[in-house]
Design a protein around this ligand. Structure first.
Ligand code: GLU
Length: 508
C-alpha cells in the first residue's frame, strides 16, 4: 500500500465554491480514480476569522449534485480522520514546537503595532518590509533574544507566534508536474507564521502536517498556491518527511482572457461561477448557480474537465468514466483557460439530448400544470421529442413548444406583413374546406401535407408564402417544428379551428 495514490481536495469554508475549485476537485478525482487511488475531502478551517456559516454544507452538497464521490473525508469518515482541521487543532502545536526544537523555526513576540511600525519605516524608504533572514535579528524573537529572555516571555504569558526559519542563501528545489523544475533562493522568502498566538496553526503548517498524516501522495491544486510551495517543500524537509508530488493548475480566466475568472464576473456577464445558488448569510446577496440555472451536472463536469485539459484528440464529449480512463496530468495545459459561456451552453445542449423524452416530459408537465395546462404525459412526451433538439435547457421547452398548448392570441407582426397578402384569406378559406374533407385519423397530418404540396403548385401559389401563413395561423409566429408534426400532434379539429380563427381575425 506504500505507493497508493491518495489525493485530497482541501477547501476553506469561506464562502461558496468557485468553479475553479470544482475543477481542481474534479482533476483530483479523475487522477485518483485513474490510478485506483483515494480522493479525500478535508476542510481547512483554521482561519476562524474567514469562516462563513453554511459554506461547508454547500461544498458537500455541490459534490453530491455533481456526482463526484469522495472516498474519505468530512461527512464520510475514514481511518485518517478527523478531516476537519478545527477538530485536529490539538495536534498541530507539537509539530510547531518540534520545528523550534530542531532549529527550523522560532518564537516571535513582535506585536501588531511593532510590525506595522516596521512596515511604515520600510515604506518611507520605498521598500517592502519582510520578516526574513535579513531582518529577523533586528526583531523580537527567539533568535535575537537570549534564551532566558525568551523563556521568561513565554512563561509570563507574552503572546507569541512560531515562524519558519528560512536559511540564508539556501536553494529550494522541487519539480511540479505542470510547471516543471522550480528553484528558489531561500533568502528571498518570508519567514511565514506557522502557529498563531491564538493557538491555531496557519494554513501552511496544518496543510502539510495533514497531507503527511493522511498519506497524501499528490497535491493537485490551483496555481495561486505555487508561491507557498517552496515553504511547503521546506517544511517537509525540516520535519524529515517525504514531500508529495506537486501539480499546480493554471487558472480559469475571464472570457476575454484578462485575468482570473472572479466571483463578480458571473453575475456581471450572465453566467454562474458557482455550482449551486449561494445566499450570502451576511449581505443576503444571491449568486446564481449552475444547478438552479438548469445545467445538468454531467454537462458541468464535462465542461470543466475540458477547461484546461484535453485527451489530444478533437473529442469533447466524455462521460465521467471516459474522463477517468483518459485523464492524465501531462495533458493539462500550462496556460490559463478562458471561460466560454457559449461552450457551457453547448455542453448542456448535448447532455440534454440524452435525457429521455419520458424523463423530460415528467419534468415539463409540472411546469405546464403550474402554467394551467393539463396535457397527458403521452402528448407531452411527443412534444418533448419534437422540440428537444432546439433546447439547451429544460427551461427552453416552453418557449419552443408553447403553441402545442396555447392557441395564438396574436400573430407576429413582421411575419404577418411579409406573408399574409391580400387574397391570402380567401386562398386559406379554400384550403380549409379541402382540409376538412380529409379523414380524421392518425394519417391526417401526412394527408394534409400531401394535399398542400399538390394544391399550392397547382394553383400557382407561392409555397413559402402559403405554408408560412398556415404556420402563422396555427403557431402565431414563423417558429416551430415541421408542419406535418404540428398537424399530427394538434389533430385535425384543432388545426382547422386555428386556421379558421386566423382568417376571421386577420381579415377583419
Ligand atoms: N485550503 C486551501 C484552499 O482553500 C487549500 C490549498 C491546497 O490545496 O493546498 O484552497
Amino acid at each position: 500500500m506504500e505507493n497508493r495514490v491518495r489525493v485530497r481536495f482541501a477547501p476553506s469554508p469561506t464562502g461558496p465554491l468557485h468553479i475553479g475549485g470544482v475543477r481542481t476537485a474534479l482533476y483530483n478525482y479523475l487522477f485518483a480514480k485513474k490510478n485506483n487511488g483515494d480522493f479525500l475531502l478535508r476542510i481547512e478551517d483554521t482561519d476562524q476569522t474567514r469562516f462563513v456559516p453554511g459554506a461547508e454544507e454547500y461544498i458537500i452538497e455541490s459534490f453530491k449534485w455533481l456526482g463526484l464521490k469522495f472516498d474519505e473525508g468530512v461527512s464520510i469518515g475514514g481511518q485518517y480522520g478527523p478531516y476537519k482541521q478545527s477538530e485536529r487543532k490539538a495536534m498541530y502545536k507539537d509539530y510547531a514546537f518540534e520545528l523550534v526544537e530542531k532549529g527550523k523555526a522560532y518564537f516571535a513576540f513582535d506585536t501588531a503595532e511593532e510590525l506595522a511600525q516596521k512596515r511604515a519605516e520600510a515604506e518611507a524608504e520605498k521598500k517592502t518590509f519582510q520578516y526574513d533572514c535579513n531582518t529577523r535579528l533586528g526583531l523580537r524573537n527567539s533568535l535575537s533574544l537570549s534564551e532566558e529572555e525568551t523563556r521568561r516571555l513565554i512563561e509570563s504569558g507574552e503572546p507569541f507566534v512560531i515562524r519558519f526559519k528560512f536559511e540564508k542563501d539556501g536553494q529550494i528545489e522541487f519539480d511540479d508536474l505542470i510547471r516543471g523544475h522550480i528553484s528558489v533562493n531561500s533568502s528571498l522568502l518570508d519567514d511565514k507564521v506557522l502557529y498563531k498566538s491564538d493557538g491555531m496553526p496557519t494554513y501552511h503548517l496544518a496543510n502539510i502536517v495533514d497531507d503527511h498524516l493522511m498519506k497524501i501522495s499528490h497535491v493537485i491544486r490551483g496555481e495561486e498556491w505555487l508561491p507557498s510551495c517552496p515553504l511547503h517543500v521546506s517544511l517537509y524537509k525540516a520535519f524529515g518527511w517525504e514531500a508529495p508530488v506537486f501539480a499546480h493548475l493554471p487558472l480559469i480566466l475571464k472570457p476575454d482572457g484578462k485575468g482570473k475568472l472572479s466571483k463578480r464576473d458571473g453575475d456581471r456577464l450572465g453566467f454562474p461561477v458557482f455550482p449551486l445558488e449561494w445566499h450570502d448569510p451576511k449581505s443576503g446577496e444571491i449568486s446564481s448557480g449552475y444547478r438552479e440555472s438548469g445545467y445538468l451536472p454531467q454537462a458541468v463536469v464535462n465542461m470543466l474537465a475540458l477547461l484546461g485539459w484535453n485527451d489530444g484528440t478533437e473529442q469533447e464529449l466524455f462521460s465521467l468514466q471516459e474522463l477517468v480512463d483518459k485523464f492524465s496530468i501531462e495533458r493539462i495545459s500550462k496556460h490559463g483557460a478562458k471561460f466560454d459561456m457559449e461552450k457551457a451552453k453547448w455542453f448542456n445542449h448535448q447532455y440534454l439530448q440524452s435525457v429521455s423524452d419520458n424523463e423530460l416530459a415528467q419534468q415539463y408537465i409540472k411546469e405546464l400544470n403550474d402554467r394551467g395546462y393539463t396535457p397527458t404525459l403521452e402528448f407531452t412526451e411527443k412534444v418533448v421529442s419534437l422540440v428537444k433538439e432546439r433546447c439547451s435547457f429544460a427551461k427552453d421547452l416552453w418557449q419552443t413548444s408553447d403553441y402545442f398548448f396555447l392557441r395564438p392570441e396574436s400573430y407576429a407582426e413582421k411575419a404577418l406583413k411579409k406573408r399574409w397578402k391580400e387574397g391570402t384569406g380567401s386562398v386559406l378559406t379554400d384550403i380549409l374546406s379541402r382540409l376538412s374533407e380529409i379523414e380524421d385519423n392518425n394519417e391526417w397530418g401526412e394527408k394534409a401535407e400531401e394535399f398542400l404540396m399538390k394544391y399550392i403548385p397547382e394553383h400557382e401559389l407561392n409555397m413559402g408564402q402559403i405554408m408560412n401563413s398556415i404556420r402563422l395561423a396555427i403557431v402565431g409566429d414563423t417558429k416551430g417544428v415541421n408542419m406535418v408534426e404540428i398537424f399530427k400532434l394538434l389533430g385535425k379539429q384543432e388545426s382547422i379551428q386555428r386556421i379558421q380563427t386566423a382568417i376571421e381575425r386577420i381579415n377583419l
